[in-house]
Design a protein around this ligand. Sequence first.
Ligand code: NAD
Length: 420
Amino acid sequence: MNKIKYINGKLIVPNQPTIPFIEGDGIGKDISVPSQKVIDAAVEKAYGGSKKIIWKEVLAGEKAFLKTGTYLPDETIEAFKEYLIGIKGPLQTPVGEGIRSLNVALRQTLDLFVCQRPVRWFKGVPSPIRYPSLVDMHIFRENTEDIYAGIEYMAGAENTKKFKDFLLNEMGVDKIRFPESSSFGVKPVSKDGSERLTRAAIKFAVEKQLPSVTIVHKGNIMKFTEGAFKNWGYDLAENEFAIDTFTWRQYEKIKVEKGQLDADKALEKAKKSGKVIIKDVITDAFLQESLLRPYDYSVIATLNLNGDYISDQLAAMVGGIGISPGANINYSTGYAIFEATHGTAPNIAGTGKANPGSLILSGVMMLEYLGWTKAAEHVYDALEHVFAKRRVTSDLHAQMEGATLLTTSEFADEIIKHMH
Ligand code: NAD
């Protein structure tokens, strides 16, 4: 009875759920145990022993290779399928052509179509922007399509010639500047894939009573992929979330039919009644605007490549990858893997310098996903105290005047100490 289930769109969480975890390569070994200690302490503090996570180690990466001869054993995938929700440290992509990234393999096998990243600032954490306290966003990045699908043809290869001839001779394409020396990539963006991503983003905003969802896209240039993503998003909001949302497209329509004043009134009314505003912005403008006016953005729905760039910029605005959490989620089946967003940091592995913040906050996202929000709050509150006291690991220590340097496990213990 320790298995989490997903029935009729709802997670059923027992009081002692089994959660599989992958320790991870490099600093994965350093941050895994301290992170679990913090999560366990928060759960204990919040529920006084009536709830508890049963951690179950599953193998992947180097550790798996040494023990089983394979980097991603079938049992590991089976465990994530069986227990529905898991957490992982960073995994090194094994060097050598033809070996798939383990992260990508896990995402594809479980069809984890949302890469979700919350972006918030903790007081005291160094930031390159003037008002980091105004940053509070949730990125929903499409995780299975786009140019990331890996459909690529190398210049000069036989397949590439076939592909090029098809484009030139059968599709009438005449815009390839140097056809003989071109490589090609294919960018699939489907209505189904776009809708499930935007649906998850809007549902999240409605449930958490957040002010807006911004569709970030390059539809001005790529009309049938990025542009379609935007239009399908607006259609979905107006058809499936008519009661809970008001879209910029509706605003524009009222403006054309009845004038600016009426459109403004409709927008104000929607905001006052707590509707989620659905808007869109071109990606390059978003990268600038999110720096200058972060308070204008809440939930972000975007395609895979845009989401990649956006995630790192927003992470940098609030303290960098050492404390940025993430999750890969299938909101239709409930499958979710929470993960540290940084890599294996081989340059500091085993030195006690690694910041466990990213994995800890990924664990906090997991607690929220389980509905154990009281435990999640304990970690947030404690982290705020620890950062305010400037007691940090070496990555942040280097940027904070008068800070006290802590090792990975000392930092985790400090968080536990501040859970009141
Ligand atoms: P990296 O994130 O491992 O390191 C980049 C820099 O950030 C390094 O200077 C590192 O010391 C520092 N850093 C990273 N995490 C830190 C932490 N928690 N605390 C303090 N400092 C930290 O990126 P990389 O060097 O490009 O990649 C190394 C390996 O990690 C590669 O094999 C790559 O494939 C893999 N990787 C895995 C994931 C994942 O599993 N999700 C993500 C990115 C990279």
